[in-house]
Write a protein that binds this ligand. Structure first.
Ligand code: NAD
Ligand code: ZN
Length: 359
């Protein structure tokens, strides 16, 4: 079977393009109960960007602190229920922030029209009806959540996306000026998510000419941004990273992620580590699978004076390590891609536990 994926409806790219938000929204304002719901990273609360939101009568702005935990099913259900009760059905949702906010905007837009808890829809094509209009504006680059067809949520049982054609944004605005305030460590961890998406997409059975072209270009951009003559955070590189993030996301959509993402999901689900940081923690120990990539990622960290902790496994209990190994093992699509259809003959719970013990 070949992958048949929906792409984003419309894309604006360029510095200052945030100012187009108002005119883009006007065409949609008369839908449903004629107001927009803004979900905005709490980082921007009280900042200049908050005053630039084209908020009109009836619009609802929710600032969300994404740092305590990754988006949860409970959080999405609560947001949907209170907005419906207090304001009715929005004309659309606008998400402004990082991967967490992108996923919150995508998920809640689906849950406005699909009954019951979002836990019912974690998986592929389980969503029954199209959601409402949703528009994404990333403010940190790397996860590719702005382009992907999944909204990753952590529920009581699993960390798994609501994945279907309707998850994809109707519109994104890519304005790298919004990323200027990203601190260097987050710039590196989130950018490394793109880098790892490409390495994993490339090194596996599902890689193909289409996914390869995106990965090749995104890797070239990552190398310029993190290791080139002009490496570092600057306007030119911020533009490039925004494009690399999107291309990395498209590459994995048409291929798959691999061992690092499987391990990372375990770290997030059991220990609550954030996705991009968890990827970096895991990737540095995966020489056996991605030797050249691991060496290059370490060079990037060194160049920007970011050090990752080691010896963490000593602080984990055996039960935690086993629980993480089970989360990772239960992502067969990733192992199938990374190792091959006979992966179960090569990878056991014990193999995965040993990988965690290296961290
Ligand atoms: P995030 O959204 O959690 O944000 C990371 C940090 O950066 C936060 O502290 C945030 O406040 C801060 N931040 C964002 N923009 C900023 C700015 N302009 N200036 C200063 N600080 C800023 O992190 P992320 O790494 O972008 O996303 C991680 C999430 O994305 C996870 O929940 C993960 O599951 C999800 N994800 C989704 C997909 C997908 O395809 N849907 C893919 C990968 C990851
Ligand atoms: Zn990722």
């Amino acid at each position: 079977m070949h992958k048949n994926f929906k792409n984003i409806g419309k894309v604006v790219f360029g510095r200052g393009s945030f100012s187009m938000l108002e005119s883009i929204l006007e065409e949609r304002r008369n839908e449903n109960n004629r107001f927009f719901l803004y979900v905005v990273d709490d980082f921007f609360n009280g900042k200049d960007l908050a005053t630039r939101l084209p908020v009109k009568n009836g619009d609802v702005v929710r600032f969300i602190d994404v740092d305590p935990h990754e988006p949860t099913t409970e959080q999405i259900d609560e947001l949907r229920d209170t907005v419906l009760k207090e304001h009715g059905l929005p004309a659309g949702v606008i998400g402004i922030g990082g991967g967490s906010i992108m996923d919150i905007a995508k998920a809640v837009s689906l849950m406005f029209t699909n009954e019951g808890s979002s836990t019912l829809y974690q998986g592929l094509n389980l969503v029954k009806k199209p959601g409402i209009y949703h528009l994404g504006i990333p403010t940190i680059s790397g996860t590719g959540a702005e382009v992907s067809m999944t909204a990753v949520l952590t529920g009581p049982e699993k960390k798994l996306g609501l994945k279907c054609d309707w998850t994809v944004f109707d519109q994104v605005i890519l304005d790298a000026e919004l990323t200027v305030t990203v601190p260097v460590d987050k710039w590196l961890y989130t950018g490394m998510d793109t880098y790892i998406h490409c390495i994993e997409s490339e090194q596996g059975t599902l890689n193909n000419a289409y996914s390869h072209a995106y990965a090749e270009q995104a890797l070239k951009l990552c190398r310029e941004i993190y290791l080139g003559e002009n490496a570092g955070q600057n306007p030119e590189n911020d533009d490039k990273l925004m494009v690399a993030s999107m291309m990395g996301g498209l590459s994995l959509t048409y291929s798959e992620v691999g061992v690092c993402h499987a391990l990372s999901y375990g770290l997030s689900k059991i220990l609550g580590e954030k996705h991009c940081y968890a990827n970096c923690l895991a990737f540095q120990h995966l020489e056996d699978y991605y030797g050249e990539g691991v060496r290059e990622l370490k060079q990037m960290l060194t160049r920007h004076n970011v050090t990752l902790p080691t010896g963490l496994a000593k602080t984990w209990t055996d039960e935690q390590i086993t629980a993480m190994a089970h989360v990772a093992y239960n992502l067969p699509h990733m192992w199938n891609h990374a190792i091959g259809p006979d992966w179960k003959e090569k990878v056991t719970i014990k193999t995965i536990e040993d990988l965690y013990r290296r961290m």
